[in-house]
Design a protein around this ligand. Structure first.
Ligand code: SAM
Length: 281
């Protein structure tokens, strides 16, 4: 019988956020596959867990993926942890999950911290509908294309970004979305210097001209304004004569009815009068 892959969320800063279920899983699995083994070792040492570790990251995911699948097929249980937070969110965990599904291997998740969701709930921007955009490409053209593709999206947008690229990203966002869009720059979540800067894109661009970005960031951007449907005039679908006759039937004189119909339709009285009496002579 095959083993199981456990997707274990780990802290994004504060070690107190590790769940008791996560530690329990670390205790019984045969192997922990970690995106960054040094970082995971610190976590394991802190909680006095001793377990074999193997690396699984973007640059070895093809060979390591096959190796992990062979262990799982041989009945071993494996925990997958990312650099920080929830595996398979902006890391190669996604590929391992796919491989397991293709190989009929059971996958389960041990929930916990995820930077994007925590940034969203702190942003003060609408949380009812949102889109996770992850990292923008390092390629300038692809970055611009990505931003262009979400320019008119009305969902709140969530981006991950490294501090050394933050200034360029804010500039590109300002060029694409306009300076008035509201954003929240959420940094160092759960850590000592946790901070949320809520402002417009142009204010952020100005701020980071004078201040160097430091720490890990999530950028939460307000969605595009909903296109406002022009208010439909309820009389538009009714022929003018019928409209005026309705008022006359209700007791208005024809003069009063024409005046009221002109007001309803936002038309000059004279125009309505002429139209109503067209063909009278
Ligand atoms: N899998 C992780 C998760 O669940 O959020 C994200 C991994 S992704 C490779 C790393 C990015 O997450 C960072 O570049 C940063 O944008 C964001 N991030 C991680 N920890 C953070 C923190 N403590 N505060 C703010 N952003 C953080």
């Amino acid at each position: 019988m095959s083993g199981k892959l456990y997707l274990c969320a780990t802290p994004i800063g504060n070690l107190g956020d590790v769940s008791s279920r996560c530690l329990e899983v670390f205790g019984f699995v045969d192997l922990i596959a970690a995106e960054d083994t040094r970082r995971t070792l610190q976590l394991l040492n802190h909680f006095e867990v001793s377990k074999p570790l193997t690396s699984y990251h973007e640059h070895n995911k093809h060979e390591k993926g096959g190796y992990i699948i062979s262990l799982l097929k041989n009945g071993k249980n494996v925990a997958l942890v990312s650099d920080a937070g929830t595996p398979a969110i902006s890391d190669p965990g996604e590929d391992l999950v796919k491989l397991c599904i293709e190989n009929d291997i059971e996958v389960t998740s041990i929930p916990g911290p995820v930077a994007g969701i925590n940034a969203l709930i702190l942003s003060g921007l609408p949380t009812r509908r949102f889109a996770f955009e992850g990292f923008l490409s390092v390629n300038k053209r692809h970055r611009r294309e990505h931003l262009e593709s979400v320019k008119n999206d009305t969902h709140t947008l969530i981006f991950y970004e490294a501090p050394h690229k933050l200034r360029n990203t804010i500039d590109d966002m300002q060029k694409t979305f306009g300076g008035e869009r509201r954003i929240a720059l959420v940094r160092e979540l759960t850590k000592l210097h946790e901070e949320v800067k809520r402002c417009t894109l142009s204010e952020a661009a100005q701020f980071y001209k004078d201040n160097s970005p430091r720490g890990e960031y999530v950028i939460v951007v307000e969605g595009a304004a909903e296109a406002v449907e022009p208010e439909k005039n309820e009389w538009e679908d009714i022929p003018l004569r019928e409209h005026i006759d309705k008022y006359i039937a209700e007791g208005m004189t024809s003069k009063e009815a024409i005046k009221q119909a002109a007001a309803d339709r936002n038309l000059p009285k004279r125009e309505v009068y002429n139209e109503y009496h067209r063909g009278d002579n």
